[in-house]
Design a protein around this ligand. Structure first.
Ligand code: MG
Length: 159
């Protein structure tokens, strides 16, 4: 049995707007996240965790921000690419765990929808997908509400 662990980390800064997209779910907010794609910081962290488990680079190598075709891209494209790459190499997912770090918006009321969306996109039982959140106690850039950070871990298992 081949068991792999991967981790991912991402940050996007806030700019003027009225919603953020996290784990594929639109959450009303007084700002939006800046990014070349749709700036789904949590989905990017999960995607990078998968590439990490596969030892196959990172999201920026697979989808270069310098390439105009990814401008405003739906980040589900990136996640699905990483999931398909895992499957093509014979791996199944053990679990996914994502932590979103921000003061606002509050994640708790949306975490269930985020888990369901990620599980659906990845073809997993929702019991294998965790989305949770923490603040940084008003410290640092997340504490000053300058942006959102996200961490993710995944396990991949090949029989
Ligand atoms: Mg990103």
């Amino acid at each position: 049995m081949d068991i792999r662990v991967g981790n991912g980390f991402d940050v996007h800064r806030f700019e003027d707007g009225d919603h953020v997209i996290l784990c594929g779910v639109s959450v009303p907010h007084t700002k939006k996240l800046n990014g070349h794609s749709d700036a789904d910081v949590a989905m990017h962290a999960v995607t990078d965790a998968i590439y990490g488990a596969l030892a196959d680079g990172d999201i920026g190598q697979h989808f270069p921000p310098s390439d105009p075709q990814w401008k405003g891209a739906d980040s589900t494209i990136f996640l699905k690419h990483a999931v398909d790459l895992s499957k093509s190499r014979g791996f199944n997912f053990g679990n996914v765990d994502c932590t979103i770090i921000c003061e606002m918006p509050k994640i708790g009321p949306h975490a269930g929808a985020m888990r369901a969306r990620m599980a659906d996109l990845m073809g997993l039982d929702v019991g294998r997908v965790s989305v949770k959140a923490t603040t940084s106690e008003r410290l640092g850039f997340t504490g000053r509400e300058e942006g959102i950070a996200a961490l993710a871990s995944v396990t991949l298992i090949a029989p």
